[in-house]
Design a binder for this molecule. Structure first.
Ligand code: PLP
Length: 441
């Protein structure tokens, strides 16, 4: 599967999401509003889990990379689908634990984990920690010794496959703040060092080659390089890794340009990974490792739509037409960060053909506060409900209170019914942690 199935045009010519009329959602909950389709998320989790069962004898686990979208309800949903999670901070870990997520199915990542984050993880018994530095390994070993625990770990390794949306490159030595490089021997050194640590159990390796990647070969190449490295460690250090985590990064649909590149069914990415792991493990007579994969964007991205109300419209003759909405970089900073592209449409006139090219701007005091540049829409009027598609990943999770705008609420839609999973922020919420010291009174 891949989405678009969640979006329909109903008999009134309105956009519907998971069976709910988007214009009604805008009326009921106000705008800006994040809308997430529960069934889409469940179907994606189930499809990935099924691929591991059928193609890899169930010898693995899907970990949802929750940095893509994190709130308590999402952990419940993925838990119910039999999927584990990745967390990359104490805050995400705390959110998962507060939602009752089983700690043994949590993997903690991060290139600079803080002592408090490691302590929270070890105390609560998280299943795996992906270690990314010597000092972290030392700190974790000492912490486990103190607590009388033995922690399962992976080492973050950099296999030298650098993948981008439209291409991938093999690099001898990759410039990255993440991981230990295979090429320069540091991955081998940290392996030898980790094996001397008595309070951690080295289960294997982790790599993650990038995000929004369409080329299946880059995932296959990463699997091949990781297995070659693992076979080397077996030969040199006598260490056979039980587990291999090949990360996420599967590319999704944002625009029709992506549609030409993306695989039609996102489980194809995973099937390619599995086929490569089997092929290279078998060729090296290496026991097939327990396999983790960590899709984030592809589980939640297309499940999400953001609804806005159109406000001021500014036509600059011969230049462009700006359509301002009641959101902005505070709910979606991805254009400001990397000129991300999106598809937008008018939810209240979804069947009307596009006839003009506009740039959708936000309400923040920044010229770069753009939601999407150059999108084709029917003639836009003030009061229209604008829907921006594929905003389920890295939108809410990257939201801020810039300009002291409230982070919009999130509603979850199932069978046409919507309810909050993240409530709206009030102005009072915005000043909640502000303090005026007595001497300023
Ligand atoms: C971000 C990240 C992921 C998820 O990547 P997506 O592109 O959202 O699938 C998985 N693993 C790690 C370690 C990551 O940092």
């Amino acid at each position: 599967m891949n989405a678009r199935e969640t979006l329909k045009i109903n008999s009134l010519g309105h956009l519907s999401i998971g069976g709910a009329d988007a214009t009604e959602l805008a009326k009921q909950f106000g705008t800006p509003l994040y809308v997430m389709d529960e069934q889409y998320i469940r179907d994606m989790c189930a499809a990935y889990a099924a691929a591991i069962r059928t193609d890899y004898d169930g010898n693995g686990l899907v970990l949802y990379a929750s940095k893509a979208f994190s709130c308590m309800a999402i952990y419940k949903i993925v838990q119910q689908e039999g999927v584990g999670v990745d967390v990359v901070s104490g805050g995400e870990l705390y959110t998962a634990l507060r939602a009752g997520f089983p700690a043994e199915k949590i993997c903690l990542h991060g290139n600079n984990k803080q002592p408090g984050e490691l302590a929270l993880a070890v105390e609560n018994g998280v299943g795996l920690i992906a270690v990314d530095s010597y000092s972290e390994l030392d700190a974790l070993d000492a912490l486990c010794a103190k607590q009388g625990k033995k922690q399962d770990i992976l080492l973050r390794v950099n296999p030298g496959v650098e993948a981008h949306t439209h291409r991938f490159i093999q690099t001898a030595k990759t410039d990255s703040k993440f991981g230990f490089s295979v090429a320069d021997g540091t991955a081998e050194k940290i392996t030898a060092y980790a094996l001397t640590k008595r309070n951690v159990r080295l289960q294997g390796y982790h790599c993650h080659i990038g995000s929004q990647i369409f080329e299946k070969q880059s995932f296959a190449l990463a699997a091949q390089k990781m297995l070659a490295f693992m076979a080397q460690m077996r030969a040199k250090l006598g260490f056979t890794a039980a587990a291999l985590n090949l990360g996420g990064g599967y590319g999704i649909w944002y625009t029709d340009e992506d549609a030409k590149l993306a695989v039609p069914d996102y489980t194809e990415y995973l099937r390619t990974v599995i086929a490569a792991v089997k092929e290279h493990a078998d060729a090296l007579s290496y026991p097939r490792p327990y396999l983790y994969i960590e899709p984030g964007r592809s589980i939640v991205g297309e499940a999400g739509v953001t609804l806005y109300t159109v406000g001021a419209i500014k036509d600059i003759p011969g230049v462009k037409k700006y359509v301002a909405v009641d959101g902005g970089m505070f709910d979606n900073p991805r254009y400001a960060l990397y000129q991300a592209k999106y598809t937008a449409l008018l939810a209240n006139r979804a069947a009307e053909p596009a006839s003009e090219r506009v740039t959708v701007a936000g309400k923040c005091c920044e010229s770069g506060d753009i939601i999407c540049a150059d999108v084709d829409l029917p003639p836009v009027k003030e009061g229209d409900i604008l829907a921006v598609l594929s905003t389920g990943a890295y939108n809410y999770s990257m939201a801020s209170n810039y300009n002291r705008n409230a982070v919009p609420p999130v509603v979850l839609v199932k069978d046409g019914q919507a309810e909050y999973i993240v409530k709206p922020q009030s102005y009072e919420d915005i000043v909640r942690n502000d303090v005026i010291p007595a001497r300023l009174q």
